[in-house]
Ligand binder design. Structure first.
Ligand SMILES: NC(=O)C1=CN([C@@H]2O[C@H](COP(=O)(O)OP(=O)(O)OC[C@H]3O[C@@H](n4cnc5c(N)ncnc54)[C@H](O)[C@@H]3O)[C@@H](O)[C@H]2O)C=CC1
Ligand SMILES: O=C(O)C(=O)Cc1ccc(O)cc1
Length: 391
């Protein structure tokens, strides 16, 4: 595996209109989801509540997860085993930790009707796609998948109907992939509101090793370092400010899920770790030598690269069009602002309280999908005497 820049990827297509009222009926009669945690639950909610599937059958090895999924409306049929869940399903989604995918695929394989489309949400693709293709094909049509959205929270209680809306959804076809199955999944996830892109499984693994798996490993190692420090200096964690919290948020992720990711994407992670070690050693050398010039140049380069990362977005999407609004410290201010914009047909798609001090008010960042919406919002807010500016 080489770390050589390749061609610039084509941007994923925009999310499709997800208003189910505009479609004649559901896209799929019956979907089965095995693994009803954050991802399985979120997919179930989006498919059922969005009217994309008439029936979503769910199975999880934790009976409480199945019951909670029913209560939340993430599934409308609870199965007592994986085989029962997949019987009669047109599309099967495996949303279990990467290390459990092969076992689950083996369990459902004999129960799949010929031609069933199977996909998974696993964060690693190379090894997974090879194993699942060999287990499931040619009886079923398997296409690897990885929704590029999520959080450090796990379990059905963290499921969110809108988690995958506007998020990039990677599908990883191979020469053995059925073109019709790929097309159906692309359509299903696009109508769900995701932005589908296809990637070779190995390329996927190298890229996500750099932007997801290595960062997770480093967040864990930063926490371990702070843990050692705090043994002698118990104040250390109490002093931790925003920067430490930002860089270690993901270390709160599920240990089983991340153990499986690290063990299944070993090669790519080790490649990126080697690359990272060279950067750290170079920085260390500059500090040892007291080389302020090189250090400043390295910091400047990192700063410019960081500015190129599309911020405040889900996955690889273009940046939002944003306003900052300064509001007084009064109850109902945010609600009032949202209804003024809502009445004018403007949709706020992201909102963040930047800072607030009791008695002084605060600043709120509002995100819109288009420049036109942001500019109309600016005009309306200013006409109501609200202090707003473009970010
Ligand atoms: N958490 C995240 O942000 C993202 C996770 N993924 C991937 O999606 C998959 C699922 O992740 P999450 O939903 O976050 O995990 P989760 O821990 O929230 O849910 C996993 C569910 O699978 C169930 N399960 C485990 N082994 C099982 C088995 N053998 N049979 C039936 N059920 C089983 C668990 O009881 C749990 O309810 C993983 O492969 C992960 O790598 C992909 C994108 C984002
Ligand atoms: O919490 C976050 O910011 C994440 O990046 C979540 C996440 C975790 C694992 C994935 O494979 C994809 C996304």
């Amino acid at each position: 595996m080489q770390l050589v820049p390749g061609p610039v990827p084509v941007a994923p297509p925009p999310a499709k209109e997800i208003n189910s009222n505009k479609r004649a009926g559901p896209l799929v009669e019956r979907v089965a989801i095995i693994g009803l945690g954050l991802m399985g639950g979120s997919l179930g909610l989006a498919l059922l509540q969005g009217g994309l599937a008439r029936e979503v059958a769910g199975y999880d090895r934790e009976v409480e997860a199945i019951q909670a999924a029913m209560q939340l409306g993430a599934i409308n049929h609870q199965a007592t085993c994986p085989e029962e869940a997949v019987a009669g399903a047109e599309v099967v989604i495996l949303a279990v930790p990467v290390g459990a995918l092969s076992q689950v695929a083996g369990a459902i394989a004999p129960a799949l009707a010929p031609g069933t489309i199977v996909t998974d949400t696993g964060s690693v693709k190379g090894a997974v796609v090879r194993e699942l293709e060999s287990i499931l094909q040619p009886r079923a049509f398997y296409v690897g998948g990885h929704p590029m959205a999520g959080s450090e929270r796990a379990g059905i209680k963290a499921a969110d109907r809108y988690l995958l809306e506007n998020a990039v959804y990677v599908l990883t076809p191979t020469p053995a992939t059925d073109a019709g199955a790929l097309q159906r999944l692309e359509e299903l996830f696009q109508v769900m509101g995701s932005r589908v892109m296809t990637l070779d499984p190995e390329e996927h693994d190298l890229v996500v090793a750099g932007i997801s798996h290595l960062p997770h490993l480093l967040a864990v190692s930063l926490m371990q370092t702070a843990g050692i420090l705090s043994r002698e200096h118990p104040l250390a964690l109490m002093l931790a400010a925003g920067g430490f919290r930002d860089t270690t948020r993901i270390a709160a992720g599920d240990p089983v899920m991340w153990r499986d990711i690290f063990l299944h994407n070993r090669q790519a992670i080790l490649t990126l770790l080697k690359c990272w070690r060279r950067q750290v050693e170079a920085l260390e050398g500059m500090i040892v030598r007291g080389d302020g010039e090189d250090l400043e140049a390295a910091l400047q380069q990192a700063r410019s690269l960081r500015a190129q990362v599309p911020v405040r977005q889900k996955g690889l999407l273009p940046a939002l069009h944003e306003l900052v609004v300064t509001v007084p410290d009064q109850p109902g201010v945010i609600g009032g602002m949202a209804s003024v914009l809502g009445n004018a047909g403007i949709n706020i798609i992201d909102i963040e309280i930047l800072r607030v001090r009791e008695g002084e008010g605060g600043s709120i960042r509002l995100g819109f999908t288009t420049a036109a919406a942001a500019s109309k919002a600016l005009e309306i807010l200013q006409s109501k005497g609200i202090n707003a500016r473009v970010l």
